[in-house]
Ligand binder design. Structure first.
Ligand code: MG
Length: 261
């Protein structure tokens, strides 16, 4: 069945749209601070989040405050630090073990800064409950050195683990909690607020961490991988431009427009 045909079920059942941000809704940029959601993409998300029978949740490795500032869609649910923190309406969740480990994470952030400061193009981004080491702008020859610095730090702080993403190494609390558990929590939270039949859940994501979400939602959601890579998702889109187009179509479909063309 084509993706659009599958998504038409949302007209009857209602919709929960869960999506990653970087590489999915917005193109990946050299400096993470420069990332932007296009005006058009934001307007589409606002339309979806406002719809009486739809809910929108944004799931990202970024910190919750940064995520909200970048997305700015009222009434969307937000999951930051790969789901270690979740906010929606009056609901606030911060993983208690992760909160307890934040002093350790601060010390680790200092160590990481000290050990990487001599390399140009390397950026340490503290996110509260996790810390990222970005190397998109660094000389590729230093990447093995960066990896061993991070490995050494984690050996001394076994309560943390390393997660490798696109040109980023992330240190986070070693917990049985990731995007997978977070998206299920988010989906249940959002579904409860919708009346009637079980809403159609859709998850879109472009990175390794999103595979965790695809696995957790198998059989429960329409999973869409963005970009080229091996994936367990049933559907695939080329990039943020294709995502924007699909979401515009979906908003039209939910609003009852004739989208059969
Ligand atoms: Mg991403």
């Amino acid at each position: 069945m084509t993706l659009r045909r599958r998504l038409m079920e949302a007209r009857r059942r209602g919709l929960i749209l869960l999506t990653d941000l970087d590489g999915t809704l917005a193109p990946i940029v050299d400096r993470p601070r420069a990332a932007r959601l296009s005006q058009r993409a934001r307007r589409i998300l606002v339309r979806l989040a406002r719809h009486a029978r739809a809910r929108v949740g944004i799931v990202s490795g970024r910190s919750l405050p940064t995520l909200r500032r970048l997305v700015r869609v009222p009434d969307a649910a937000y999951a930051g630090c790969h789901g270690l923190e979740i906010a929606w309406r009056a609901v606030r969740f911060r993983h208690p073990r992760a909160v307890a480990l934040s002093p350790l994470l601060q010390r680790v952030t200092h160590r990481l800064r000290r050990k990487t400061s001599r390399y140009s193009g390397v950026l340490v981004e503290p996110k509260g409950l996790t810390v990222s080491l970005h190397y998109r702008l660094a000389d590729p020859r230093i990447v093995p050195t960066l990896r061993s610095i991070v490995r050494e730090i984690v050996t001394r702080a076994p309560a943390l683990e390393v997660l490798a993403g696109k040109k980023v190494l992330e240190l986070r609390p070693h917990l049985a909690w990731g995007k997978g558990k977070a998206v299920r929590l988010m989906r249940d939270l959002l579904a409860k607020s919708l009346e009637g039949r079980a809403p159609l859940t859709v998850y879109l994501g472009d990175d390794e961490t999103d595979e965790e979400a695809f696995r957790a939602l198998r059989g429960r959601a329409v999973c869409v991988a963005v970009g080229r890579r091996r994936t367990r998702a049933a559907y695939r889109l080329g990039g943020p431009a294709a995502v924007e187009k699909l979401l515009a179509w979906l908003a039209d479909a939910l609003e009852g427009a004739d989208v059969s063309r």
